[in-house]
Write a protein that binds this ligand. Structure first.
Ligand code: PHE
Length: 467
């Protein structure tokens, strides 16, 4: 199937916003602030920034250039370059397939919280046990998941230009306005707790920005580095075929090097602003101990913070959850778009048909994931020391296990089999300069594979450097 039939982004802005839409997701909002608070504030920020500009940029350039040069999605892209490496395309396809099973479930939870705040139920959501009782209930999480999935499927069904691109152009600027608004509001907060201690938003900003070097040992530094690394490639949506698919929709005259810089800036900027929004607010009302990672940050800790704000908390709650819903939607769209694009190529079928089938399969899979909190509940110890339910298990397989492994193989493939010049040629094919090309070649051949091997061995539980 030729690229025309599949669709194209109209220009570089559409592409950058769609790619940023994929990259900016719940990871930016519920994981980045937590990691920054836990890993020494400014120290984490500096390390993260350096990694984005070196490592993140290398992986983004690899995926996007591979997509544009082959004009194919992951499943066929690798095989079309080297038939022997076709297995890597299939492996890459697995990641969005697994993520799709649970991302819409999380999207459903977010949708539910939008409704909670719109109907003025914020007080109830701040009670202990509210979130758990919601996700363990049998019907409600499924209904909200289906709602979220229906919107996602509709956007994908409408196509690249009229669906994904239009939607991203609408949502992404709105998201920036909302997040800047709440971040500024966060800085103006202050609160005196029962023991008479007053904390202000600006003090909270200090906790976020000032590097905390106390007890900085080699092992702590390495742990921060590893945290930043695994956050980075999840956050940029690289090595999961998504950016290969999006790259395949980019026209030949687009300056990829500049677009990649803009995507990095967008994703990192939103993560940074999310920290500015979350850390001062949590610090003012709950101290640094109030920070939690993952779902419990936004579904448990923040509702308590909004409640403590009084009546303005309801408005902030609405704005916040609408913003998170936007971020999650554009990410979920990118996952589904990748699945649809791959299947359109595989079965030479039309977008509309494939979107409906993938939408239906995703719905069934997501219902099973929802049941993981009631009928199918289990507690499974993972190799990395955590305890998982069904959703966590899917997350672990895709993000902690498959992702670093695929990334490692991709680096070997590009760095040593087809050679970095293959990517560099594509980056420069529009006639623009690829500024960081020496850095690129060095990273993809030497640095990235070694680091990915360490990340993989660590998260697969082969060794535990930090306990
Ligand atoms: N990049 C998204 C985030 O930061 C997460 C994501 C993962 C999105 C996989 C799509 C696919 O939250």
């Amino acid at each position: 199937m030729d690229a025309k039939k599949k669709g194209n982004f109209t220009g570089s802005i559409g592409f950058v916003l769609a790619a940023a839409g994929s990259a900016v997701g719940v990871g930016n909002i519920w994981r980045f602030p937590y990691l920054a608070a836990q890993d020494g504030g400014g120290l984490f920020l500096v390390i993260y920034l350096v990694l984005v500009l070196t490592f993140g940029f290398t992986l983004l350039a690899t995926d996007i250039a591979m997509g544009r040069r082959t004009k194919k999605s992951a499943f066929h892209a690798f095989a079309s370059i080297r038939p022997k490496w076709g297995f890597l395309g299939k492996l890459t396809f697995l990641v969005p397939a697994i993520i799709m099973t649970y991302y819409s479930v999380i999207g459903g939870w977010i949708t539910k919280y939008v409704l909670v705040y719109v109907t003025g139920e914020g007080k109830a959501a701040a009670q202990d046990g509210y979130f758990t009782s919601f996700i363990t209930s049998k019907v409600s999480p499924i209904v909200f998941m289906l709602l979220f999935l229906a919107v996602t499927s509709f956007v994908v069904y409408c196509g690249v230009e009229d669906g994904v691109e239009k939607f991203s152009k609408l949502v992404m600027p709105g998201l920036i306005v909302l997040i800047v608004g709440i971040a500024v509001f966060s800085l103006t907060l202050h609160h005196t707790d029962e023991s008479g201690v007053t904390r202000t938003g600006l003090q909270g900003l200090g906790v976020y920005l000032i590097p905390d070097l106390t007890g900085l040992t080699f092992s702590r530094f390495s742990k921060i580095l590893l945290d930043a690394m695994s956050q980075l490639f999840f956050s940029l949506s690289v090595s999961m075929g998504i950016m290969i698919t999006y790259g395949s929709y980019v026209k030949k005259d687009v300056n990829l090097s500049r677009s990649i810089g803009q995507i990095e800036l967008f994703d990192t900027g939103v993560a940074f602003l999310a920290g500015m929004m979350v850390i001062p607010a949590v610090y003012v009302f709950a101290g640094t101990e109030g920070m939690a990672s993952g779902p419990s940050l936004i579904f448990v800790s923040l509702p308590k913070v909004f409640d403590a704000m009084g009546s303005v908390g309801t408005v902030i709650g609405i704005v916040f959850f609408v913003m998170v819903a936007f971020a999650a939607l554009t990410s979920c769209v990118s996952v589904m778009e990748t699945l649809v694009a791959n299947c359109m190529e595989l079965f030479s079928a039309s977008r509309k048909k494939v979107s409906l089938v993938i939408g239906a399969i995703s719905a069934v899979a997501a219902v099973i994931i929802c049941m993981g909190y009631n009928v199918l509940y289990f507690e499974l110890p993972l190799p990395n020391g955590q305890t998982a339910q069904l959703l966590d298990l899917m997350d672990y397989i895709s993000n902690s296990f498959l992702l670093p492994f695929i990334c490692l193989l991709t680096c070997i493939f590009v760095g040593w089999v087809i050679k970095p010049q293959w990517i560099i040629d594509e980056m420069e094919s529009s006639g623009h300069k690829f500024g960081r090309k020496k850095l690129y070649a060095f990273m993809i051949r030497y640095v990235a594979p070694v680091i990915m091997a360490i990340v993989f061995l660590q998260s697969a539980g082969f060794f535990q450097i930090f306990s």
